[in-house]
Design a protein around this ligand. Structure first.
Ligand SMILES: Nc1ncnc2c1ncn2[C@@H]1O[C@H](COP(=O)(O)OP(=O)(O)OP(=O)(O)O)[C@@H](O)[C@H]1O
Ligand SMILES: [Mg+2]
Length: 344
C-alpha cells in the first residue's frame, strides 16, 4: 500500500504512556512532555455555575476547588471504571482526552498510539471500557497492568517483584523474563484511600468535636505518613468551634498507615512462595515499591525486615513514583512489536 501524502508513519506519530489512577492520572509522551492531574472531572451544575467557573468542564485540582458548583466525578473506583453510570464513562473519556491535550503541541490534532496502565486484576473489565474511552483520540491501543508498566520502566524484567501502592489498589506483579500472566499478579483493595478512611475514623473517635474532612486527612497523610517508630510527634492544625487548634495525631497516623501492611505482607509472601523455588531467593532480593503509597516512611525497611525472616531480602523504592507508571508505559509503547497493538 502506498503512503498518502500527509499521512504520518508510525515513527512520526505521537506515542503516549498513560497511568490511569484512582486518585491521580499521569501521561508521558514521546515528544518529551509529561503531565499529571488529580483524577477529578466536573461539569457545572447549572447555568449560574457555568458562569462562575467559566468553562464547560473542569479537571483535577481546579475541579476540586470548584466542587460546590460542579457535578464532580472521580471516575475510577478501586482502579476500575465505575460501571453503570454513563457519566463515569464520559468522565474517563474526558480525562484521557485532557491528558493527551496537555502534552500535545498546539495544532497537532493527530490521533496517538497509547499504552494505558490499569490495576492488575481489573485488567479484563477495563480493557473494553478503555478502548471505548480512547477511541476518539487514539488510533492504536495497548492496555497493560500498571505494575508491569512500572517494571518495564525500571528495567526489572527478570526475577523481580513490583508492588504498586496506589489510592484504590495495591498491585503486585512478579517479573520473570516474559510478559507476566494472570498468575503472576495480584490486586489488594486496601491502599491509600483505605488509610485515609482509617485515619478519619481514628481521629473522629479521639477528637469528636474537631472539624476535618477527607481532603485535610489526605493532606496530613501525604505530609506525615510513617510506620514503625515516629521521628517526632505529629501535630496538625484542625479547627475546633472555628478556632485552629493543634492536635497530636502521631498514634492515629501510625495505626492508619500500618493498617495496609498485613494484606501487603500476605500477598508478597504468597506470590513468592508459589514461584519456582530456585528463584525465590533472587526475587526476594529484588522487590520494588512504586505508587504514591511507596512514600510512606519506613515501609521499605519494614517489608525488608519481614522478608529477611525467609532469607536474604532487598526492598527498593522507585525514584519517581508519580511518573514511573506512565514512563514505563511509554517505554513499552516505543518497544512494542506491531502485532501486540489493537486498532481502535
Ligand atoms: N507521602 C505519601 N505518604 C503516603 N501516601 C501518599 C504519599 N503521597 C501520596 N500518597 C498516596 O498515594 C496515593 C496515590 O498514589 P498513586 O498516584 O500511585 O495512586 P493512583 O494511581 O491514583 O491509584 P490506583 O493505582 O489505586 O488507581 C493516594 O492515596 C495518596 O494519598
Ligand atoms: Mg496507580
Amino acid at each position: 500500500m502506498t503512503k498518502k501524502s500527509g499521512e504520518k508513519t508510525v515513527e512520526e506519530r505521537m506515542i503516549v504512556g498513560i497511568d490511569l489512577g484512582t486518585s491521580r492520572s499521569a501521561i508521558s509522551a514521546s515528544n518529551g512532555k509529561k503531565k499529571w492531574v488529580d483524577s477529578y472531572v466536573g461539569w457545572p451544575k447549572d447555568f449560574i455555575a457555568r458562569k462562575v467557573v467559566g468553562k464547560p468542564i473542569l479537571f483535577g485540582r481546579e475541579a476540586l476547588e470548584h466542587r460546590l458548583s460542579l457535578d464532580l466525578y472521580r471516575p475510577l473506583k478501586n482502579g476500575v471504571i465505575k460501571e453503570g453510570t454513563a457519566r463515569d464513562e464520559e468522565a474517563v473519556k474526558e480525562l484521557i482526552h485532557h491528558l493527551i491535550t496537555l502534552v500535545q503541541t498546539k495544532g497537532e490534532a493527530e490521533k496517538v498510539r497509547a499504552v494505558v496502565g490499569v490495576p492488575a486484576e481489573s485488567f479484563k473489565v477495563n480493557k473494553v471500557a478503555i478502548k471505548k474511552a480512547v477511541a476518539d483520540f487514539a488510533e492504536s491501543l495497548l492496555v497493560v497492568s500498571e505494575p508491569f508498566a512500572v517494571a518495564y520502566g525500571v528495567n526489572a524484567l527478570d526475577n523481580a517483584m513490583v508492588i504498586d501502592i496506589g489510592a484504590g489498589t495495591v498491585d503486585f506483579c512478579i517479573m520473570h523474563g516474559t510478559v507476566p500472566s494472570e498468575d503472576d499478579q495480584r490486586t489488594v483493595l486496601t491502599a491509600g484511600d483505605y488509610i485515609d478512611q482509617q485515619l478519619f475514623n481514628f481521629l473522629e473517635e479521639r477528637y469528636p468535636h474537631s472539624d476535618f474532612n477527607m481532603n485535610m486527612i489526605r493532606r496530613f497523610k501525604e505530609e506525615f505518613s510513617f510506620i514503625g517508630e515516629p521521628e517526632r510527634a505529629i501535630k496538625v492544625d484542625i479547627p475546633v468551634d472555628g478556632r485552629p487548634t493543634k492536635h497530636d495525631i502521631t498514634e492515629e497516623m501510625r495505626r492508619a498507615c500500618e493498617s495496609i501492611l498485613p494484606a501487603i505482607v500476605e500477598s508478597t509472601l504468597e506470590l513468592i512462595a508459589k514461584f519456582d523455588p530456585e528463584y525465590q531467593d533472587i526475587i526476594r532480593q529484588n522487590i520494588i515499591l512504586a505508587g504514591g503509597g511507596s512514600q510512606i516512611r519506613g515501609l521499605d525497611e519494614y517489608l525488608e525486615g519481614v522478608l529477611k525472616e525467609y532469607g536474604p531480602a532487598k526492598v527498593q523504592v522507585v525514584d519517581d513514583p508519580l511518573y514511573s507508571g506512565c514512563d514505563g508505559a511509554l517505554a513499552l509503547a516505543q518497544d512494542m512489536p506491531e502485532d501486540y497493538w489493537t486498532e481502535v
